[in-house]
Design a protein around this ligand. Structure first.
Ligand code: HEC
Length: 115
């Protein structure tokens, strides 16, 4: 039930342009945002996350960084990694906008948690 309910609600909120819906459904990104997040993950980010990370939803099998399906990072964890980098991971603070970083973070959280 919950699984099917939120995309419909999010789409409805978008269609109606209800600002309050954004807060009510925070954590349930709409389809366009997920698609953009997936595209950033697979190829738009440079270097692409998929080169280094495994993430089933993105058909990514990168062997260098942690397997994100296993790690199941939360939003703040992804944003911190994108801002600061770490080890072999570059910072994306200069190469992605804040909005792009939030979009890819929402996507990774969505893709790695039950929904
Ligand atoms: C060049 C390889 C590389 C690329 C490209 C890369 N990462 Fe990483 N990533 C890593 C490595 C290595 C680590 C482990 C860093 C460490 O141990 O400090 C990591 C860690 C992470 C973590 C875990 C942070 C934590 O708290 O443990 C997340 C989340 C993450 N990356 C997301 C991304 C996303 C999203 C992208 C694309 C925008 C990306 N990475 C691109 C190599 C990469």
């Amino acid at each position: 039930m919950r699984l099917k309910a939120w995309p419909g609600l999010a789409a409805l909120c978008g269609a109606l342009g209800l600002a309050a819906c954004g807060a009510a459904f925070a954590g349930a990104p709409d389809a366009a945002r997920l698609e953009e997040g997936r595209a950033l993950f697979q190829k738009k980010a440079v270097p692409a996350c998929a080169v280094c990370h495994t993430l089933q939803d993105a058909q990514a099998t990168g062997p260098i960084g942690p397997d994100l399906d296993e790690l199941q990072p939360d939003r703040d964890q992804v944003l911190a990694a994108l801002r600061d980098g770490g080890g072999a991971m570059p910072s994306f603070a200069e190469t992605l906008t804040q909005d792009q970083r939030e979009t890819v973070a929402d996507y990774v959280v969505w893709a790695t948690h039950p929904h």
